[in-house]
Design a protein around this ligand. Structure first.
Ligand code: ATP
Length: 219
């Protein structure tokens, strides 16, 4: 095994990825480079507690993310939520990741602003910062507002420079990314109406979608 040289910096980015698209991938890559992450794991959720059931099977969503990040370090895919027979709670994912990491490794949970605003409804949300830092990603179409609870949390825990987040966990910072106003909803709608999604998803993902007949109106 390679010799450890200091704390590792690991980002995690969850989503339904139904399907994964350039908004996810470009954002993930920019954050990984800006934050000098050793690894940024995309974690497809099996049974998202806060939204509708994904349109295609978990195995297909996983395969598409695998195709998208193949040969693209530091991006990788982590399938632990698909192996669990219960809702994909982030706190469970963080606890299981922490059990595999060194105590000084830094974990960064990437969340879109909308997701961050919904945080107080998450299972055991107040324990999340015990395991990770939170990086809030600004999205072009974000129009949610933070509650008073979250404003208080930000007042207590936020750091203006994301590169100044220190220690393994416990702080929050904001990060900007190139706006790409693309969503999986738009991609599913285009495919259902027989239109092209070329350049909205990587070519390998497009090939997978066509080879498996995904997202057609009859699915
Ligand atoms: P849907 O349209 O089905 O709701 P989505 O495109 O928003 O899907 P998700 O899998 O729900 O994709 O998103 C996973 C994460 O990726 C979320 O944190 C979300 O905010 C972020 N994300 C999605 N699209 C973009 C984008 N265009 N730019 C930046 N971040 C994005």
């Amino acid at each position: 095994m390679a010799k450890r040289s200091g704390a590792r910096r690991i980002g995690i980015f969850g989503g339904t990825f139904d399907p994964v698209h350039i908004g996810h991938l470009r954002g993930a890559l920019e954050v990984a480079e800006f934050m000098a992450l050793d690894e940024l794991r995309l974690i497809p959720s099996a049974w998202p507690p806060h939204r509708d059931t994904p349109q295609v099977a978990a195995s297909d969503r996983l395969a598409m993310v695998e195709q998208a990040v193949a040969g693209l370090p530091p991006l990788s895919v982590d399938d632990r939520e698909l192996k669990r027979a219960k809702p994909s709670y982030s706190i469970d994912t963080l606890e299981s990741l922490r059990a595999e990491l060194a105590a000084d490794d830094q974990l960064f949970l990437l969340l879109g602003w909308d997701a961050f605003c919904g945080l107080p409804s998450w299972h055991r949300w107040d324990a999340l910062l015990e395991h990770c830092h939170i990086l809030v990603l600004q999205r072009p179409d974000a129009d949610s507002e933070a509650s008073d609870t979250l404003r208080n949390l930000l007042a207590a825990r936020s750091v203006s420079d994301p590169l100044a987040l220190n220690g393994p966990s416990g702080q929050i910072s904001f990060i900007w990314q190139t706006p790409l106003a693309v969503s999986a909803t738009q991609i599913r709608a285009l495919l259902a109406s027989g239109k092209s999604v070329r350049f909205l998803v990587p070519d390998a993902v497009l090939a997978y979608i066509h080879a498996h007949g995904l997202y057609r109106a009859s699915n």
